[in-house]
Design a binder for this molecule. Sequence first.
Ligand SMILES: [Fe+2]
Ligand SMILES: [Fe+2]
Length: 268
Amino acid sequence: MKPTPSEPKLPSRDEYYNLATKLEWTPKYVSEEELFPVDMSGIPNLPMDVWEELYDAPYKVTYREYVKNQKEKDQRFFAVREAGLRSELLKKLDPTYHQGTFCFHITAVPIPEYTASIAEARMARFGKSGEWRNLSTFGSMDEIRHTQLQILLSHDNIAVDPKFAFSHKMFYVDGWLPIAARSFFDDTITGTSAIEFALMTTFAFETGFTNLQFVALAAMANKTNDFVFSTTTQSIQTDESRHAQIGHPVLKIFSDITKLSDDLVKKA
Ligand SMILES: [Fe+2]
Ligand SMILES: [Fe+2]
């Protein structure tokens, strides 16, 4: 009897996750210092193979899962926004909420979200571990999505009040708030190395502030029957809680460094 050829066994999701995200180039034509300049990658300047070994993200997502999830989230957002526009929701909202908290958030947040997409892209290039760069690529796409959704909601509101145009203008005027915001976000986002951004923004700001802000705003919007903004902030928050975890393994490396050889620590 002829033996039946065995079916080729495809790697499981967990097997190909590691295979795909922990795949590293071996640079031959440039030195590691040229490929990952310390000003862009940050300190401690540990070798690539050490980062590769130590960086272990708590939230693992493949590109296929990412695209499927994001597509479903966007479909939900656009369906709910359409329902809000057709039912003329904006005319029915409580003016204190609409002209106050909602207006403040929707005009202040989109441009900082855009700056975050730049810094996520910096980690996607200069983070010294494949898994870190992979998750930052998703993070950068997340932040562009957040910018676009919130600018779109501001645009829907311009007919009600022209001050909603500040979601575009916010960083280009010299009021006290834009000056303070520019300075703060230059320090924590636009002017940072990959390691600094991972610690100051994804670990500290996004874990400690952004997640809480979006959860509280979703609850507040829900109470005032603003189902469009409630859906939007919940949708954004699910991205934030994922990429907020990029910084945790970076922070852990600061404690792991004590276990490394003295030689490596001195070089770093
Ligand atoms: Fe964001
Ligand atoms: Fe974020």
